[in-house]
Every structure is written in structure tokens, then in C-alpha cells.
Design a protein around this ligand. Structure first.
Ligand code: OOG
Ligand code: NI
Length: 463
């Protein structure tokens, strides 16, 4: 098939993201309720804070907001991870970043599959936080072996999905009919399966070791465990959830409330109890909790300097609290967080001056009109001051390890586990069959492209 007949990976991703959302609405009806709440609050924010709507218009985020979501899955083996990477590649999603969760008592390490170019992100920002179970961290050897054997027997991809992935790799893309078939087939991997692959006793054994291990090992596939829409006001969501019959976790993860949001703030609600049919039982006598709901608010991507400041302030907050936030100390935690983060400038110009965040630059009408004038400024700072260039923060597209740990824990129950601190990026990349991309380099490239395009529009060299 000639290349121009291929459907773009961006469009396959947009289709897949929509299909996933539809499936999850059917599987977890509370997700539908949550989407309604998020859409209500987003409308309110845009009506009441025109400056927020205006900023989203500059960056184009206003057009992606309604379809913006991330999901999360947990796979059991290196082969599963490597094939998932090939499946996501069909949709233009690449592994970005490495997250070690072992230090937070969760025996997985993870990456985020997502589009990497701002043009592609604009079409569909869909991302999937993907974790690989680390059986090597489990010291119960017979159980480790049992888990390995069970996982070795399952095939989480349909034969047609595997064929279409290979076809896409061979030919360089998929035509419209194949792309449609691919979306349907790929979706099967992420479905909830009520039939477990293990007996009730085996499930119990896996569960007693760690609930996450049972979740990964006992089922036919890596069911999507949450799908997270993006809100413009997570505090309003946190307050509004109980009235909709959705009980939120005690604290919002991430930075405190700010006028100019940074990175990522997230809250979630408890997992559902699902009926499960164990392999040695009639009907669905068992139950399992795996899936939950989550909401997030996204803000500026931070430079290494900004990120270091964020990490330091978050750490200092936890030290003053004397541990991780819980239901009991939630209010004190939020107060301490606010106090510590007073040291992080909450003004775009200051954040830019201090080199804390990445930005996008735009030629204004005034700048375009002044193109031919001889005495216009030609430095970036001069052009900004003259109103010829406008800038907005570049949105954070990734995840935060401390927040992710909080999300994992709030939904796995408070069991304490100690796996030490066992980051092993090399082992993860080996399993993946690829290197993960450096998110900071991607933000820097995106900022540079925006400066270049802005300079080109104005007829000056910027950046
Ligand atoms: C993933 C938890 C992390 C996030 O948004 O930080 C996550 C999981 O529970 O599998 O989704
Ligand atoms: Ni999540």
C-alpha cells in the first residue's frame, strides 16, 4: 500500500483513546459520572476565569481538553512489555521516562507511553502509565516460581492484533480498514476479564504476598485499572466528588493550589469490588479490587532547576509532617505544603526569569504588523516587552513518582512492604527492548521549536 494511504498513527491513537473511554464507561459506570463532573467544572472555570480560557486558546490545549486522558496498566513479563511497546508504537506512542516504585513499597517499575511532538500531542495527548511487575523483588521463592509459571502460560494479545502490529512494522503503516481492526483487537488486551487464570487458593497466596501481585498474575490480561480525565480545577473536583457519590482519597497528590499550576495534581477514588470466577469454582464466587477512578490537573513542565526545587519542597513538607500524608493528618499536610511552596514563584514572568519552567512562544498580531518596521526590537526580551511575542507555560505531559506511589497505595490498601530502593533502569530498558526517552530533553526541544517558529513568523532569529 502506498504510504499516503496509511492512516496517521496520531489518528489511530485518537480512535483508540475514544474506544478505550467508551469501554471503561461501560465497565466502570462511576467513570461516566466523573466525566460529567469534570466537564461541568471545566466549563465553569472557563466562564469564570477568562484568563485561563485565553491561555488554553494560545496553546491550543482548549481543543484537546475534552479528549485528554491517561490510563494505567501493569504487565507481568518482559515479553509482554516489549510487545506492548510495539502495540503502542502503531499509535505513535513511545516510552518516556523511568519511574521506580520499589522505594515506595510497590514491586514495579514503569514508563509512560505517549506521543512526543507537540503537533501529535495536540491531536491526541492520550498516555498510558505502564508498569512491569518485578518478581525478582519477591523473596518467597516458591511463590515467585508459581507466578512465573502462571504468567508464562498466558497470551495477552489477540492473534489478529499481533498480525497487524507485524504488518504495520513491515509495511510502515496501516490502511483505514486495518487501523479500525487494530483498534478493536488492541482493545481486547485492556479489557476486564472476570475469569481468573488461577484457583481460589492460588489467588489467596498471591494476594497475601502483595495485592498488586494478585492483580497482575491472576488474570488473563493487563486490564486498564483507571482512566483519568484532565480538570482545570482539581480542588473544585475534590470538593464536588462526595455529592456525586464518589469518595475521594484524603489528599491531592503533587504541588499545592496555585494561580499558575505546575506539573501535575492528582486525586483518586477507591477501587471497585469486582466479581471473579476462579478456575476451580462454579460461577463468580470470588472478588477482587483493582480498578479505580482518578482525576488530574496539569500545569507547567519544569526545567531541571524547577524540578529540583519542586522535589526539595515536597520532601521538606513530608519531613515537617513526619511521614506520608494520611486521612488523619490531611489538613495539616495541605497547610504545610502551601507553606513550603511559597518559595516557588507563582508568576509566569518570574518563573521564566528564574528558569524554573519551559515555555511556548507566539507571535502576536502586533508583532506581525510590525514585521516591516525598521526600529522594532530584535531580542526575545525586547519583543516580549514590546508585546510582539506572547508566551505561555509548556504543559507537563508526564507523571510524578511520589504521586504515582500515593495513587498506587491509596488503591492497594495501606499494606506496608519494604523492597528497599531498587531502581534498575537498565533492566527495565532491556525488558522493553528500547531506551526510554528523556522527558526533559523533549520539553527543551518543544520550547526550541516554538521559539524558532515564532522567530520565523516575525522575521527574526530567536533561540
Ligand atoms: C498506576 C498508578 C500511577 C498515576 O497517574 O500516577 C498512576 C497504577 O496504579 O497502575 O497512574
Ligand atoms: Ni494515573
Amino acid at each position: 500500500m502506498p504510504a499516503h494511504d496509511f492512516v496517521s498513527p496520531d489518528s489511530i491513537r485518537a480512535q483508540f483513546s475514544a474506544a478505550m473511554s467508551l469501554m471503561y464507561k461501560q465497565e466502570v459506570p462511576l467513570y461516566g459520572t466523573l466525566l460529567e463532573l469534570v466537564s461541568e467544572i471545566n466549563q465553569q472555570v472557563m466562564a469564570q476565569q477568562p484568563e485561563v480560557a485565553q491561555a488554553l486558546r494560545w496553546t491550543g490545549e482548549i481543543e484537546r481538553l475534552d479528549q485528554e486522558r491517561h490510563g494505567a496498566i501493569r504487565v507481568g513479563t518482559a515479553e509482554e512489555l516489549a510487545t506492548i511497546a510495539r502495540l503502542f508504537a502503531v499509535m505513535g506512542m513511545q516510552p518516556v521516562g523511568y519511574y521506580d516504585l520499589s522505594s515506595a513499597g510497590v514491586p514495579v517499575h514503569s514508563t509512560a507511553f505517549r506521543a512526543i511532538h507537540e503537533r501529535s500531542l495536540h491531536i491526541s495527548p492520550f498516555r498510558v502509565f505502564t508498569s512491569l511487575l518485578r518478581l525478582e523483588l519477591i523473596d518467597n521463592l516458591p511463590l515467585r516460581e508459581l507466578a512465573r509459571e502462571i504468567l508464562a502460560k498466558r497470551q495477552i494479545f489477540t492473534p489478529t492484533a499481533l498480525e497487524l502490529i507485524a504488518q504495520c512494522e513491515r509495511e510502515g503503516g496501516l490502511g483505514a480498514a486495518d487501523a479500525e481492526r487494530f483498534v478493536v483487537e488492541a482493545l481486547h488486551t485492556f479489557r476486564w476479564h472476570q475469569d481468573a487464570t488461577v484457583t481460589a487458593a492460588q489467588y489467596q497466596q498471591l494476594h497475601d504476598q502483595h495485592r498488586l501481585i494478585a492483580d497482575v498474575v491472576a488474570f488473563k490480561g493487563p486490564h486498564i485499572n483507571h482512566l483519568t480525565p484532565r480538570t482545570l480545577d482539581i480542588d473544585a473536583i475534590q470538593r464536588g466528588m462526595p455529592a456525586k457519590g464518589i469518595p475521594p482519597k484524603a489528599v491531592v497528590e503533587g504541588p499545592p493550589t496555585r494561580r499558575h499550576p505546575i506539573l501535575l495534581r492528582q486525586t483518586s477514588f477507591k477501587a471497585l469490588q469486582e466479581k471473579v470466577a476462579f478456575s476451580d469454582q462454579q460461577g463468580s464466587a470470588g472478588s477482587h479490587t483493582a480498578r479505580f477512578g482518578e482525576i488530574e490537573q496539569r500545569g507547567a513542565a519544569l526545567t531541571p532547576k524547577g524540578r529540583a526545587l519542586y522535589d526539595r519542597l515536597l520532601d521538606a513538607t513530608r519531613v515537617s509532617l513526619g511521614g506520608a500524608p494520611t486521612e488523619a493528618n490531611a489538613e495539616r499536610y495541605m497547610a504545610l505544603l502551601k507553606e513550603h511552596f511559597a518559595a516557588f514563584a507563582d508568576d509566569l514572568a518570574q518563573m521564566r526569569e528564574q528558569g524554573l519552567a519551559y515555555f511556548r512562544y507566539f507571535a502576536t498580531d502586533k508583532g506581525l504588523d510590525a514585521r516591516e518596521l525598521a526600529d522594532r526590537p530584535d531580542s526575545l526580551e525586547g519583543l516580549i516587552e514590546a508585546g510582539h511575542v506572547h508566551y505561555e507555560a509548556l504543559v507537563y505531559e508526564d507523571f510524578l513518582p511520589v504521586s504515582a506511589a500515593g495513587i498506587f497505595q491509596s488503591n492497594l490498601g495501606g499494606e506496608a512492604h519494604d523492597y528497599g530502593s531498587n531502581a534498575n533502569r537498565d533492566a527495565f530498558e532491556q525488558a522493553l527492548g528500547l531506551k526510554v526517552q528523556d522527558e526533559l530533553a523533549l520539553y527543551a526541544q518543544s520550547e526550541r521549536r516554538s521559539l524558532e517558529a515564532c522567530g520565523e513568523a516575525l522575521g527574526v532569529v530567536l533561540g
